[in-house]
Write a protein that binds this ligand. Sequence first.
Ligand SMILES: [Zn+2]
Length: 151
Amino acid sequence: MTTEEVRRIFEELIGREKYEKFISALHNPSRTRGRMKFWQEKLWNQFCSETGYPETSYEDITKLFDYCLIHNQEFRADIVPVVYGTFEQEPKEKQFIKDNNFPYAALQVKRGGPAEAETETTVKYCIECRKAYKSVWPTLCSNTAVITEKF
Ligand SMILES: [Zn+2]
């Protein structure tokens, strides 16, 4: 089975909504602490038993789904600035637009708290997300500025 086939068949099996939830959880490793949650394991085991797909490590599963669902683009790696400070919660409307148009622009990484030595870090990003981001908020394209704009 190719990666594309795994994605397509898994999505057909569990439905779009669960598929999106499954992948979104994989893309947030801080929330999953490097392993799948119970409900994810259940879905994945269902896929394996129905298709005969071999047992897969967590790392290999994350690689299978390392792509942007919205743009169907494989993630690429980039080095971006780390910005330290206290950040306000994004307004809901703005978060909604981000989540639905360019969730993986990843132009910078925000870290709470005082500045530390690390000024850059590696991220995964989607090239189409970055294009969408830049077309929506041209003023936000600076890699170095802390985002403080009002929506
Ligand atoms: Zn994207």
